[in-house]
Design a protein around this ligand. Structure first.
Ligand SMILES: [Zn+2]
Length: 367
């Protein structure tokens, strides 16, 4: 292994500085450390590997309106007012029956026919692996650098590494994310997981220290402790406008998105959201937010998007169901993330955003 690129899921710069991730902290002092900003999105990794914003990639949420594999369910399910959690078994059964990879998570059955996975993300995933022109893997490909991508837990990564002999290894430690959601970023579970990641990276770097020329360590988003939960589901069941007939909605934990079929539904719902705004729970996304955060605007993401304030979360939502969420990310703000670079080659770029990492890579691996 000559080059190592590591993404530690859900590690904020603040957390790292206060944490017991002693190896990474020491490593950052011996090498170059930057604090970079990541735009709000639910598809952050592509901003790192493609070097483009949500607007340029035209991706934002993983689940969008339209072209659902579960279309046939329309005739079966009637709208329900209580939120019932789906069982894992029904989830898998429906995936098998409808021959889809699209995991319905906790989307209520009667809403399933209206949503699908964003195909753009699948394309992006393929592009990333096919080494398209815009990904940093393409840069490596052009340099004939043999590259391997491994995504998983500490155990998965360490097991896979045993049989890998590539020059460039891209590791994505993905387990801190679900642990952060369930237990919170201040929990022992999260701390232990981050410590394990730290030890794992230490082992990999020490084992390969004679051959390693480049090491880049960064993260894809932060993890905020949830202090207050809001039940928008209940709020919406008490309104005049009819779900499906007049409007559609999707709850993504810190965000609720609406699609309107009737003007009256738009007015009624905007009024509810304005009240929530006044209470200081969050705010309706405005045109200038799309510009400030370089976010793509597209009907498939919603006609109206309401974003909760950091530390707030919708429960129930269509990912975690009725589970008490203790940690969340994806708020309408920039995440401050660590970026540590060790390289034998000099580079001039001072990365300010996660998407600038690709520029540094260009200087290290370019002409
Ligand atoms: Zn997450």
């Amino acid at each position: 292994m000559k080059h190592l690129f590591v993404i530690i899921d859900s590690l904020s710069n603040d957390y790292l500085e206060k944490s017991n991730m002693n190896f990474i902290k020491k490593f950052s002092k011996q090498n170059k450390k930057f604090k970079v900003k990541m735009n709000p999105s639910f598809t952050n990794r592509y901003e790192i590997t493609m070097g483009k914003t949500s607007k340029e990639n035209d991706i934002l949420f993983d689940i969008v309106m339209g072209d659902s594999p579960y279309k046939k369910l329309k005739r079966i399910f009637k709208p329900k007012t209580n939120f019932s959690e789906r069982k894992i078994l029904t989830r898998w059964l429906s995936m098998v029956l409808f021959r889809t990879r699209f995991n319905p998570v906790n989307i209520p059955g009667f809403l399933l026919p209206y949503f699908s996975e964003d195909k753009k993300i699948n394309q992006m995933r393929e592009m990333e692996r096919k080494r398209s022109d815009s990904s940093f893997f393409s840069m490596l490909e052009k340099k004939w650098i043999d590259t391997k991508i491994i995504v998983g837990s500490v155990e998965d990564i360490e097991f896979m590494l045993k049989s890998i002999d590539s020059d460039f290894v891209f590791l994505h430690y993905s387990r801190p994310d679900p642990i952060g959601h369930v237990h919170g970023p201040d929990s022992n579970e999260y701390k232990n997981e981050m410590k394990e990641v730290d030890v794992s990276i230490k082992k990999i770097i020490e084992k390969n220290k004679d051959s390693l020329e480049t090491v880049i360590i960064t993260s894809d988003h932060d993890m905020v402790k949830v202090k207050k939960t809001i039940d928008i589901w209940n709020e919406l069941t008490n309104i005049k406008s009819k779900l499906i007939e007049d409007y559609l909605f999707f709850i993504n934990s810190p965000v609720v998105r609406f699609w309107f079929k009737k003007k009256s539904a738009e007015s009624e719902i905007t009024l509810i959201l304005s009240k929530m705004e006044k209470k200081g729970f969050g705010r309706i996304m405005k045109d200038k937010d799309f510009i400030t955060y370089s976010i793509t605007k597209n009907k498939r993401f919603g006609d109206l998007i309401f974003w909760l304030k950091p530390g707030y979360c919708f429960v129930p939502d269509f990912y975690m169901g009725l589970e008490k969420t203790k940690g969340m990310h994806g708020y309408l703000k920039f995440s401050d993330l660590p970026l540590i670079i060790k390289s034998n080659k000099k580079f001039k770029t001072k990365p300010k955003f996660s998407r600038d990492i690709i520029k540094v890579m260009g200087e290290i691996f370019g002409e």
